[in-house]
Design a protein around this ligand. Structure first.
Ligand SMILES: Cc1cc2nc3c(=O)[nH]c(=O)nc-3n(C[C@H](O)[C@H](O)[C@H](O)COP(=O)(O)OP(=O)(O)OC[C@H]3O[C@@H](n4cnc5c(N)ncnc54)[C@H](O)[C@@H]3O)c2cc1C
Length: 376
């Protein structure tokens, strides 16, 4: 039976899309929920900001409609190699462009009055006799029966938990900013350059979000973002035109480093991991946000189905969640890894591009392998 002396039924650490969605889903039930997030909303995040439509029906069932905030409908995909040769294709399900600034804020506004939210950094987690204690850097402690880890790609808590991926070197870094520039509103473009790729698509403000992933090794020779963009990204004529003509709308681009694509465990130290905390798909697949939302749904539904049963066993829920998570996402992650390997080697990238130009129907097929079906 459950320990009734606990203050919260569920504590969610991390209020990105995974944590916010999980909180919103669980808030519709008679549960005491706490969300702990480091930063106040709204805030910008390094992200390509293209969201697959697969999550729209589920979001709408939670009362969230990104189009009320001006999200841009996107139905086409364009990919170019380093020399600028490109192929365009329809996106099988399509998607929408919305900044994380607006998207996370939309979810937060919807749930802020129905759960407790604190803006603090969790720095210590302990689990004793069916109760979690989360301590924050302000030395406050919160207690909960269940803990959901939604703390994203890389967090202080991954170090605290000594997770395997954190002990492995990861050399990827991401850069993102909004620009004033003209691109077709309905298209998300992915332009390759030596050692990385850059996505361009419109968001709700009409700005173009430019977000690229590269390795620290490629970057470090140049010393600054500006020099790197001029010397390396601009070898691709599409990116050359972009960076010569686009007007930067941020004070400076945002960056994140040490992005890891290593395998993670969906349940660790009895914590149910969702979103990037459970596993990050290569950004070129444009599916990380949909996976974050999907994993929140997966956990919430399983949890709600089982935790009030008289014969509830935490271990059984852990095994069930792990199995469901792997069934839903392992193949997507593997396909993403394979595509990234192909695209980052100029020779294989050229072969893929030639193939796609000769047989354009191959692109939607590949995209489908990294995306899910409509999430109802
Ligand atoms: C370069 C790049 C481009 C991408 N482009 C796309 C794209 O176009 N489309 C797409 O679908 N996906 C894309 N992704 C992936 C997508 O951004 C992620 O999959 C998605 O943000 C995952 O959401 P999340 O909620 O798991 O994590 P996040 O959104 O990162 O949220 C984690 C939250 O946890 C908080 N947090 C962390 N530690 C603590 C702590 N100790 N205490 C309290 N709070 C904490 C953080 O402040 C943060 O708000 C991209 C990723 C990268 C790196």
């Amino acid at each position: 039976m459950m320990n009734s002396s606990a203050k919260y039924d569920v504590i969610i650490v991390g209020g990105g899309l995974a944590g916010l969605t999980c909180a919103l889903h669980l808030s519709k039930h008679d549960l005491k929920i706490l969300l702990i997030e480091k930063y106040e909303y709204p805030h910008h995040k390094v992200c390509g900001e293209y969201v697959s439509n697969e999550v729209l029906p589920y979001l709408r069932s939670l009362g969230i409609d990104p189009f009320t905030r001006g999200a841009v409908e996107i139905s086409k995909f364009e990919i170019s190699n380093k020399d600028g040769k490109k192929v365009t294709s329809e996106l099988p399900l399509g998607g929408f462009g919305i900044s994380r600034y607006a998207f996370d804020q939309l979810l937060y506004e919807k749930l802020k009055n129905s759960i407790d939210v604190v803006f603090e950094t969790a720095e210590k987690l302990t689990f004793n006799d069916r109760l979690f204690t989360v301590r924050t850097i302000d030395n406050k402690s919160y207690h909960g029966k269940f803990l959901v880890g939604a703390f994203g790609k890389r967090s202080l808590l991954d170090i605290v938990l000594n997770r395997k991926f954190i002990r492995q070197r990861s050399t990827w870094l991401g850069v993102k900013a909004h620009y004033e520039y003209n691109i077709p509103r309905d298209t998300v473009a992915l332009h390759n350059f030596d050692g990385g790729y850059c996505g361009l698509s419109q968001v709700e403000t009409g700005a173009v979000n430019a977000c690229y992933l590269t390795t620290f090794r490629s970057f470090q020779r140049f010393g600054s973002i500006d020099a790197f963009q001029k010397k390396i990204l601009s070898q691709n004529p599409h990116l050359d035109h972009f960076f010569k003509n686009a007007k930067l709308l941020f004070e400076k681009p945002l960056t994140i480093s040490q992005i890891s694509f290593e395998k993670k465990k969906p349940v660790e130290a009895h914590i149910f991991m969702i979103g990037d905390s459970a596993g990050l798909i290569h950004p070129l697949c444009g599916n990380g946000m949909a996976m974050a939302i999907h994993s929140a749904k997966l956990f919430s539904e399983l949890f709600l189905k089982t935790f009030q049963q008289n014969d509830f066993q935490r271990e059984r829920l852990e095994v069930m969640y792990k199995r469901k998570w792997e069934e839903s996402f392992t193949r997507r992650l593997q396909t993403g890894r394979m595509i990234q390997n192909f695209l980052l080697h100029p020779a294989s990238a050229n072969i893929v591009l030639k193939l796609a130009r000769a047989f354009p129907s191959v692109i939607p097929k590949i995209i489908k392998k990294t995306h899910g079906d409509l999430l109802i």
